[in-house]
Design a binder for this molecule. Structure first.
Ligand code: AP5
Length: 214
């Protein structure tokens, strides 16, 4: 199955993408995670994208598309995927379509995560992440077993640099201007499924599975 998760920052895309990819047995491909790893390792790509991420701006399409096109050819992605954070504008959606057409493949579902503004603020303010494996925690809804350290590898948890209030506002503005038009784009093609993303992560996961008929 080939699925895109769409929604504003903090909607819970990453949280659900991990579970859905495991459930379906396909790779979870998250451009944000790939860029953060590149920044962490100070690779040439990391140096190119760091400034955009810190400002809450989109990384330029040429860089993002190149990373995604390479990934789509690797590690089982030809057989299916859960995309989290890509595409983020109409031009990226066109690049993805062309890449899938070259593979003789097509999208099955695009899921729209519906959340309210206050819920987004609450989720991002309480988010802590593991800088080693990328797992996201939340002070209230998903606390780590031992405060301040990752359940999976024991690494001290950190706040994401782009979860500062002014950067979150910028990311929301960028989402509204660049990414929201994708809802109509995919709805016109009959691919959009809406999921109420408020409630426990388990409840949202059940709704997600129903929405895609899995
Ligand atoms: P990216 O990493 O993709 O960030 P985002 O889209 O802003 O999404 P987030 O990761 O903030 O939120 P999420 O929806 O995954 O929520 P999560 O599950 O973590 O992108 C970061 C940056 O990279 C971009 O700004 C841009 O610069 C660059 N970039 C990435 N892709 C790009 C592209 N295609 N083109 C150009 N640039 C790109 O959950 C949030 C919190 O809520 C967590 O604490 C979680 O535990 C908690 N939570 C989750 N579900 C629930 C629930 N049901 N109830 C209560 N709490 C919950």
């Amino acid at each position: 199955m080939r699925i895109i998760l769409l929604g504003p920052p903090g909607a819970g895309k990453g949280t659900q993408a991990v579970r859905l990819a495991q459930h379906l047995g396909v790779p979870h491909i998250a451009t944000g995670d790939m860029f953060r790893q590149a920044v962490e390792s100070a690779s040439p790509l990391g140096r190119q994208v760091a400034g955009y991420m810190e400002q809450g701006e989109l990384v330029p399409n040429e860089l993002t598309d190149a990373v995604m096109l390479e990934r789509l050819e690797q590690d089982g992605a030809r057989e299916g995927f859960v995309l989290d954070g890509y595409p983020r504008n109409l031009d990226q959606a066109a690049v993805l379509d062309e890449a899938l057409a070259r593979q003789g493949a097509s999208l099955d579902h695009v899921v729209k995560f519906m959340v309210t503004g206050p819920e987004i603020v609450e989720r991002l303010a309480g988010r802590w992440v593991c800088p080693a494996c990328g797992t996201a925690y939340h002070l209230v809804s998903k606390p780590p077993r031992t405060p301040g350290v990752c359940d999976l590898d024991g690494t001290p948890l950190v706040h994401r640099d782009d979860d500062k209030e002014e950067t979150v506002l910028r990311r929301l503005e960028v989402f509204g201007r660049q990414t929201k038009p994708l809802y109509d784009h995919f709805a016109e093609r009959g691919l959009l499924r809406e999921v109420d993303a408020i409630g426990s992560a388990d409840d949202v996961f059940d709704r997600l599975l129903k929405a895609i008929g899995a």
